[in-house]
Design a protein around this ligand. Structure first.
Ligand SMILES: [Zn+2]
Ligand SMILES: [Zn+2]
Length: 275
């Protein structure tokens, strides 16, 4: 059992926020969508007070996604908005097939996340904890950051994504650049703004070694200055993680004076008042 800290939110705590736009019903392997697989996510969402959720399984697991099952789930649960989504990453092996699948099913998808999980190694995601930390050993961290954000711009430029996931995932193991993060990420945020994409506020960082929201306060401020919209996200790989630490996230959001959160239907963004 993981040790608890006062900042960890119990999974049954009511959420002051209304949406979670980063969830993995299939977890870490291909599991065909069915009512049995998906209904617990809706039950949990309802229990904690979420009203709008997006399923965003990894594109390498697209074989499990079944849009008819999502439609059935919507019919059975008309009180919730259920969005069909996917998380596209830069997997050297699988992302070409993932891109093709997204192009073929774009009209059925409401929302596509773009992610960078791979650096120079093709066989290991750098965000694997703890093994991925070895990819940083002996490297110039500023260069690693610059390379990472170049890859983020690559994913953003595919024209397939609506929102960037965990924008500063590169900090996951606690490596910090010497240069100011604003200087390193400025071009990428301009790029995201120019393409009219959103970024997510992800509580997943609070359960990782870095123990910090994705993205950092500095990047949230910079994104706000540039007028980039935000989604709210847990990156849940189990339904009990849905809306994890959203109480803490809500405090951040009001502290920053963020008033609206983005939701998506058919890749079209709408802004909704945070409360
Ligand atoms: Zn991810
Ligand atoms: Zn994810």
């Amino acid at each position: 059992m993981v040790h608890s800290s006062p900042t960890l939110q119990h999974s049954n705590t009511p959420s002051p926020l209304f949406s979670d736009y980063h969830t993995h019903p299939q977890g870490h392997r291909v599991q065909r969508y069915s009512q049995e697989l998906l209904q617990p996510w809706v039950d949990q969402a309802r229990k904690i007070g979420l009203r709008d959720i997006a399923f965003t399984d990894h594109d390498r697991h697209h074989a499990g996604v079944d849009f008819d099952e999502i439609d059935q789930l919507r019919e059975r649960n008309p009180d919730l908005k259920i969005r069909a989504g996917i998380e596209l990453d830069n997997d050297p092996e699988n992302s070409a097939a993932g891109r093709k699948w997204i192009e073929q099913h774009s009209d059925k998808l409401d929302f596509v996340l773009g992610s960078v999980h791979f650096l120079q190694r093709d066989d290991q995601m750098f965000d694997t904890v703890p093994a991925g930390a070895s990819q940083f050993e002996g490297r110039n961290i500023d260069e690693v950051y610059v390379d990472y954000f170049r890859r983020v711009r690559n994913i953003a430029s595919t024209g397939l994504v609506d929102c960037l996931a965990h924008l500063d995932l590169i900090k996951i193991h606690g490596h910090r650049p010497n240069a100011e993060i604003e200087a390193i990420a400025d071009e990428t945020l301009d790029f995201i703004r120019a393409r009219n994409l959103a970024i997510e506020l992800s509580t997943a960082g609070w359960r990782k070694p870095v123990n910090e929201l994705y993205p950092s306060d500095q990047l949230i401020k910079l994104a706000m200055q540039k007028g980039i919209p935000f989604t709210t996200a847990s990156d849940a790989h189990s339904h009990v993680q849905l809306g994890e630490n959203f109480g803490r996230l809500a405090e951040k959001i009001s502290g920053f004076g963020i008033c609206e959160i983005a939701i998506y239907q058919d890749h079209k963004r709408k802004m909704r008042s945070v409360l």
